[in-house]
Design a protein around this ligand. Structure first.
Ligand code: HEM
Length: 138
């Protein structure tokens, strides 16, 4: 019996018994540190992308960063709560086009590439974000 309990504990230790719910995607993005690094790289790219940078000139960078981190964490199953405005409200009146949206997605892909996120994990995050386009593009 002792040996069985020992084995069970060993398996739990190896597989990592998490105290908060986390998904494979959250882990594949590098956990919270990975998501923070992705968002930081993403923000730098958005701000220097001549196709869409103008949209972000008056944005509060601290809030935007915080909400994006929460959103990516929540969408990837990392157990965060997204506390920002809805995608419809936060993009209302911005006249975001399909071309703008695609440019932003390219910047996000580049930020994930820079953090060595696998293509599979990139696609899984993008798949979660893609349906938001209906609330963002006018
Ligand atoms: C999948 C695509 C997108 C996602 C997931 C996304 C996500 C977000 C999030 C989480 C916020 C913060 C909301 C808040 O402050 O409560 C935000 C705000 C904002 N987004 Fe997006 N966004 C996307 C596409 C775009 C595009 C294509 C543009 C323009 C080119 C854009 C421009 C902005 C701007 C300017 C703000 C700041 C609004 C403000 O502070 O009033 N977003 N977005």
């Amino acid at each position: 019996m002792k040996q069985v309990i020992g084995m069970v504990m060993l398996v739990l230790a190896i597989t990592g018994c998490q105290t908060r719910p986390q998904s494979a995607l959250f882990d594949d993005l590098g956990g919270m540190t990975g998501i923070e690094n992705i968002v930081d790289g993403f923000l730098v790219r958005l701000g220097s992308d001549p196709r869409i940078a103008a949209h972000f000139i008056d944005v509060d960078p601290v809030r935007f960063r915080e909400k994006l981190i929460e959103q990516f964490c929540a969408e990837s199953g990392g157990g965060c709560e997204y506390t920002g405005d809805s995608m419809k409200d936060s993009h209302a009146g911005m006249n975001v086009t399909h071309t703008d949206f695609n440019a932003l997605v390219e910047d996000l892909i580049a930020a994930m590439e820079a953090e060595d996120v696998s293509v599979s994990a990139q696609n899984r995050l993008l798949k979660r974000l893609a349906p938001m386009s209906k609330d963002i593009i006018e």
